[in-house]
Design a protein around this ligand. Sequence first.
Ligand code: NAI
Length: 462
Amino acid sequence: MSSYDVIVIGSGPGGYVAAIRCAQLGLKTACVEGRETLGGTCLNVGCIPSKALLHATHMLHEAEHNFAEMGLKGKSPSVDWKQMLSYKQSTIDTNTKGIEFLFKKNKIDWLKGWGSVPEAGKVKVGDEVHEAKNIILASGSEPATLPGIEVDEKIIVTSTGALELGKVPRSMVVIGAGVIGLELGSVYARLGAEVTVIEYLDAITPGMDPEVQKTFQRMLKKQGLNFVMGAAVQKAEAAKTKAKVSYKLRKDDSEHEVEADVVLVATGRKPYTEGLGLDKLGIEMTKRGQIAVNDHWETSVKGIYAIGDVIEGPMLAHKAEDEGMAAAEVIAGKHGHVNYGVIPGVIYTHPEVANVGETEATLKEAGRAYKVGKFSFMGNARAKAVFAGDGFVKILADKETDRILGCHIIGPGAGDLIHEVCVAMEFGASAQDLAMTCHAHPTYSEAVREAALACGAGAIHM
Ligand code: NAI
C-alpha cells in the first residue's frame, strides 16, 4: 500500500492539471487513470482529435473554394481518410505522451486502472488500496444519449465513434445543434457528406447570443449543412448499413423519418461517476446527478474534492483546469479561486464562434442597463483579405460605468480574440480602456477594438 497527500481520480484536463499543481505545491501526488493513455476524453476522444479533423477539412475547404481566386490553380486535393485518421492519431499521441512526460517531471505516480473510493482516505485501484489524505474526483463525463436510441459506435455514434468512422459517410444525421453536433457536422459536410442537423429548439447553440445564433446558422447553411429545427427526435434504428431517424415537429406534432449512413447523437453529456462508490460514501449529489461541492470544491465528505464535468457548470476543459488548480491550492492551504463570470466558450467551426460573460438575455433578465458596441469583420482589412469578412464582434458594457460585461464574436480567430476581452474583464476594464489600447494593424483584433469604440464615440471603419 502506498500513501499520498493527494490522489486524483481521472487524468483529463481537470485531473492532470490538478495533479501537476499539487506536485508543484510540494504534495506527494498520484493520479488514477484506467485508459491506456493519459488526457481523458479531451485529449483522446474529444477536443484534440476533433481539432485535427477540423483543421484538415478546413484546409480542404479552402483548397476547393478559395485557392483558385488567389491564383492557386490545379486539382483540388482528394481525401485519403486513412491518412487523415492517422494524422489525427498522431496529434493525440504527441499530446498524451506530453502529459506522461509532465507526470514524470513532476514525480506524479500514474496508478493504472479504474479507481474507486471504498472509504474516505482510501483509493482502490485493481486489487490495491492506497492511502490518500486528500482525494480529488475528476472522472469527467460521458455522452447522454436519448431513450429509444442504441449507440453501436458504427452506424449510430456518439462523438467517440464519429472520430473513428471506417469511411466518410455519404449522409449523416446529427441529433442536436450544440457544440459537438456542429463541429463534427462541419467536418463531415466538408468531406462531402450530406449532413442534416435535427434540433429540438428553434435556434442552434442554446444559450448563445441570438444574433450570433442566426449568423452562425446562415453561414453553416451556406457551407451545406441542412437544418430541421423545432424537432424532437424520438427514435433512431440501425439496420445493416443505414439508420432511420424518427422525429416529431413541435409546431404541428407531425411525424417524419429520415435515413442516413451514420447518425451522430450529440444531445449533451452527463457526469461520469459510475464505479466510484459515491453511494456508499454518502456523497451528496445535485438533482442533475452532479457531485455537490462547496466553494472550495470539497464534497459533503471531508477530504474528498470534485472538479470538472462531474460538478456543476459548463462542461469545458478549461473550466475543469481552473478548478483543478484551485482545488490543489486549497488542499495546499492556499486560496484557490475561479472566476466563473469569465469563462470563455469557443466553437471551433469555420468561422469560429466565441463568447464570454453576459448575454443580452441575461442582462435583460437581471434588469441591468447596458450598451452594445458592434463591429462587422467587413470593416476589417485583414479579414477581407482572407475571405473572412462575414461575422462580427459584439461587446456589451454597463450603460453607466462602461465596464465590459460580455463579448460575443463570430469570425476569424474568434477563439483567440475572445481572450483580450477575458483579460480586460478580469481587470474590471471599461470599453474605453480597450478602445484606447493600441492594436496592431492589420490584425483581426482591430475588430475587437472597433467594437469597444462602438460602445463610446463610435467605430472608425464603419
Ligand atoms: P449541447 O448541450 O451543447 O447541445 C445538445 C443539443 O441537443 C441541444 O441544442 C438540445 O436542444 C438538443 N437536443 C436534445 N435532445 C434532443 C432531441 N430529442 N431531439 C433533437 N434535439 C435534441 O451538447 P453537445 O453538443 O453534445 O456537447 C456536450 C458538452 O460538451 C457541452 O457541454 C459542450 O459545451 C461540451 N463540448 C465543448 C466543446 C467546445 O468547447 N468546443 C466541444 C465539444 C463538446
